[in-house]
Design a protein around this ligand. Structure first.
Ligand SMILES: [Zn+2]
Length: 334
């Protein structure tokens, strides 16, 4: 099931920016071809009180009053940005709440993305942290929520927001040493949150078999032991071999396999409560086929993908995953 608002298409960083409305248009076209848009839900903007659970009042005031101009070289504010960003948070909150209520998978097709936005900072095309606000909302009724972040970039904002929390398990697979530079395997949380942050910092070239090893030997055992009551996913398709921004090499079937594992974990641990929100992904065809393939997976249809080359047959990330296991073994049975 999908959550979408037409205003997400109105968000324009600048005419040549990679995080463009064309991304969502490509997804919508392929979703529409399969009839998946017919029953999409339309969200409302998130409430200010929900934003304040994650962001400081000073930061929210700063964004709201900013007007027009760059927040950083990649992230520009326009008069309409505040409203659309709040609508993106609202979409992710709605998907999460519906997933909990209906015990099934939902995808929020949102822009702008959110996982680089921290308690008091924007960045990397992000303004407000969509998934963090949704996770916080769920904590009203649930004790534990897991967030899986499969975007190629480390979700530094989400990482920072929940770094001291034992109620949110944050697991990120990402390419290390690219933007934003954070997310080493040693970053495992702080104080009560130690062990509840799991970073898998892949190197250039890692793809299907490396992600499969991380899924089987790190993500699945840790999530099962954590026993979340809902699972949220930050889905960026920029770890795809077609993506122009980074150099991991997941194929479309590799992505679908990651999402199938997330769905299986949700069914095993929390009655199928799975909510997915869109982060990055800049090759339009790969983006559209992975996200539409994920919706097909949720509906029990065939994913139908064409980018099937396996570029990492020999598990280039073996030593990295092993290192993550060695570090996390102090907190989890691995
Ligand atoms: Zn990204």
């Amino acid at each position: 099931m999908l959550v979408f608002h037409p205003d997400y298409l109105k968000h324009l960083q600048s005419p040549w920016h990679v995080e463009s409305p064309a991304r969502l248009k490509a997804i919508l076209t392929s979703m529409k071809a399969r009839g998946y848009l017919d029953d999409a839900l339309e969200p409302k903007a998130v409430r200010m009180e929900d934003l304040k659970r994650v962001h400081t009042p000073e930061f929210l005031e700063y964004l709201k009053e900013y007007g027009e101009g760059p927040l950083d070289p990649d992230t520009t504010m326009h008069p309409e940005t505040w409203d659309i960003a709040r609508l993106a948070v609202g979409g992710t909150v709605l998907a999460a709440e519906m997933a909990v209520k209906e015990k099934r998978g939902y995808i929020a097709l949102v822009r702008p993305p959110g996982h680089h936005a921290g308690p008091d900072y924007p960045g990397g095309f992000c303004y407000l942290n969509n998934i963090a606000v949704a996770a916080h909302r769920l904590l009203d009724k649930l004790d534990r929520v897991a967030i899986l972040d499969f975007d190629v970039h480390h979700g530094n904002g989400t990482n920072d927001i929940f770094y001291r929390s034992p109620r949110i398990l944050y697991i990120s697979t990402h390419q290390y040493h690219i933007f934003p530079g954070t997310g080493p395997a040693e970053a495992i949380g702080e104080s009560d949150g130690v062990g509840f942050t799991v970073n898998v910092p892949f190197a250039s070239g890692c793809g299907d078999s490396s992600f499969r090893m991380a899924t089987r030997e790190v993500i699945e055992p840790i999530v099962k032991q954590f026993a979340p009551q809902a699972i949220l996913v930050s889905l960026g398709t920029d770890a795809h071999y077609m993506d122009p921004l980074a150099s991991l090499t997941l194929s479309s079937p590799g992505y679908i396999e990651m999402m199938a594992s997330a769905l299986k974990l949700a069914k095993e641990t929390c009655e199928g409560r799975l909510a997915i929100t869109l982060e990055g992904g800049y090759n339009l065809e790969a983006l559209a086929e992975v996200v539409t393939g994920t919706e097909a997976l949720l509906r029990g249809d065939s994913p139908n993908v064409v980018f099937t080359e396996v570029r990492d047959p020999d598990c280039a990330g073996r030593r990295i995953v092993q290192r993550v296991k060695d570090i996390q073994r102090r907190h989890w049975k691995l």
